[in-house]
Design a protein around this ligand. Structure first.
Ligand SMILES: [Fe+2]
Length: 302
């Protein structure tokens, strides 16, 4: 069965492009790529773009891009989605060009953003290699893709069915973490073929949540880059949403900073890669082994 290779890009709708560029380039260590009046492409590696910022009042996730190894895999996958009754449209050539990919399809997620499916992402020329002015090492991308995101599930059962049956994502594990007595955050974690512990997770958040996503995550190769990015956030006075800590399931050492759009960006290192041949699905009762404390309570955040 044709399956997704990896999560290759994020498209974020942001109201303040200039603030986002400063955050992405001067704090996180991404590189500004192509731009026009209403969008800015951010680079993390030798691809032309990994995170696309589009001027949009939503300040939320607009789309995620799932990469396929071959056009045949992509076409077979789309056919299977349609057999299950999912409405999938092929994008016009101009839209595919905007995403810097060869062929592009999309469908809606039950939680208000779009899934895009593609082959043939453009890499930058050698003469235009990725350069971060801040990172000691690179970002951990390649076959593992851009990183991960956690969607806020409006209807957790329908969302799980969509991820597992329609998208064909594989369960990595579960966390059922008690935030306060009787208040449980339920998170399902999903991986694709190349095995980043999770490319997508869905959360049943036990209080009203204004965004489609809780966070996106980017991963550094060098743990010191996590600490250095953390120091840059503190120096810039940015709101830390969750302090340095360690997750029990993906083994990520990370912190969470509030982006200019209000949702969080997790900056991490050390995430595990799933090998389906010997992976055991577990259920955890703790979101973090240590740390990840909330210096700024979520209620105070936009
Ligand atoms: Fe995360």
């Amino acid at each position: 069965m044709a399956s997704i290779s990896n999560l290759g890009y994020f498209v974020l709708g942001v109201s303040d492009l200039a603030a986002w560029e400063r955050f992405a380039v001067d704090i996180i260590g991404l590189q500004a790529g192509r731009r026009d009046e209403r969008s800015l492409a951010l680079r993390m590696d030798d691809f032309e773009q990994r995170i696309v910022l589009v001027k949009d009042a939503a300040d939320d996730l607009l789309a995620v891009g799932w990469e396929f190894d071959t056009a045949a895999d992509l076409v077979a996958y789309v056919a299977r989605l349609r057999e299950q009754g999912v409405a999938v449209a092929e994008a016009a050539a101009e839209q595919a060009a905007e995403r810097r990919v060869e062929r592009l399809f999309s469908c809606d997620d039950p939680n208000g953003f779009r899934h895009e499916f593609y082959v043939g992402a453009q890499r930058a020329w050698m003469s235009n290699g990725f350069r971060s002015k801040l990172m000691r090492g690179g970002f951990n991308t390649g076959r593992l893709g851009v990183g991960h995101f956690v969607a806020a599930a409006k209807d957790p059962a329908a969302t799980a069915a969509f991820c597992e049956r329609a998208l064909g994502l594989r369960v990595s594990d579960y966390i059922r973490g008690e935030l306060a007595p009787g208040v449980v955050l339920e998170v399902n974690f999903y991986h694709s073929a190349t095995g980043r512990h999770h490319s997508m997770a869905t959360a049943k958040i036990p209080f009203p949540f204004p965004k489609r996503i809780h966070h996106i995550m980017v991963e550094a190769q060098d743990m010191n880059d996590v600490g250095l990015a953390y120091d840059r956030c503190l120096k810039a006075g940015l709101p830390i949403m969750m302090d340095l800590g360690h997750h029990p399931n993906d083994q990520m050492f990370s912190f969470y900073v509030q982006t200019p759009s209000g949702f969080a960006l997790e900056f991490g290192a050390g995430g595990v890669v799933v090998d389906d041949a010997n992976w055991a699905i577990r259920s955890y009762t703790q979101l973090s082994d240590w740390g990840h404390h909330h210096p700024h309570p979520p209620a105070q955040q936009a």
